[in-house]
Design a protein around this ligand. Structure first.
Ligand code: TTP
Ligand code: MG
Length: 228
């Protein structure tokens, strides 16, 4: 249910709880990070709806986009935008909320990448941008901390090949390099788009064991920073 908060639509009846978004390239380890923190009782984890992007009423917009981005990019990104908004507005019971990505990276990274690489017609980009601007002007989407899992595109490419998600077999290293560049411009150089929250960078090229250790080391920092 939505109510009005300072002139914007907002989640209903839920006192403001800190929201932490985990950001990073494809296969940077976001889901593993969320799984780690889901074991901490104070944090409620909201996972990314990739399953929905692979099956909406029997259709697979993710696969279609990789097959023909020019034709299907807007279809996937419209649906991604809707599902991310739904997650931002969903109710949680634990004191902290942690989610995989955000409506912001879907737009600033993925839509931007499709458009900049010439794979999205300008009219599609304009329509998606109008939707995004309307949503962010009229709906309250608070984010309190961004945790950026910073990787090298090569490492993500290796992990992607190991993971073997059917739709992603066509992803070349250059695609991950573009996504990486857009993330660096947004979260590190801060030259492209507005930051919705402060950023905590965690180097994420390491093996699983070291990553879990780093998450443990950063736990208090993440919880404290998101409460500011
Ligand atoms: P990711 O959001 O990167 O999720 P992941 O599970 O691959 O990452 P991790 O291993 O770090 O948990 O991407 C899921 C797929 O969706 C991937 O193929 C990229 C694609 N995608 C888009 O095409 N557009 C978008 O706006 C988003 C958010 C993802
Ligand atoms: Mg994931």
């Amino acid at each position: 249910m939505l109510s009005s908060f300072q002139g914007k639509l907002a989640r209903n009846g839920d006192e403001r709880k800190p929201v932490i978004c985990i950001e990073g390239n494809i296969a940077s380890g976001k889901t593993t990070c969320l799984e780690f923190f889901s074991k901490t009782s104070d944090i409620e984890v909201l996972t990314e709806p990739v399953a929905k992007w692979r099956n909406v009423r029997g259709h697979n917009p993710l696969a279609l986009m990789y097959q023909d981005p020019q034709r299907w990019g807007i279809t996937l990104q419209t649906y991604v935008q809707l599902t991310m908004l739904d997650i931002h507005l969903s109710a949680t019971s634990a004191p902290f909320r942690m989610m995989e990505r955000s409506i912001f990276s879907a737009k600033y990274i993925f839509v931007e990448n499709l458009f900049k690489s010439g794979k999205m017609p300008e009219v599609d980009y304009a329509v998606l941008s109008e939707w995004f601007d309307w949503i962010t002007s009229n709906v309250s989407i608070p984010v309190d901390l961004i945790v950026y899992l910073q990787t090298s595109p090569q490492v993500c490419h290796e992990r992607l090949k190991q993971r073997c998600r059917e739709e992603e077999k066509v992803i070349p290293l250059e695609y991950l390099e573009s996504i990486h560049q857009l993330y660096e411009d947004w979260l590190i150089k801060r030259t492209s788009f507005p930051l919705p929250a402060p950023v905590l960078v965690i180097p994420a090229d390491h093996d699983l064991q070291k990553m879990l250790h780093q998450y443990e080391e950063n736990r208090d920092k993440i919880l404290a920073a998101s409460q500011v």
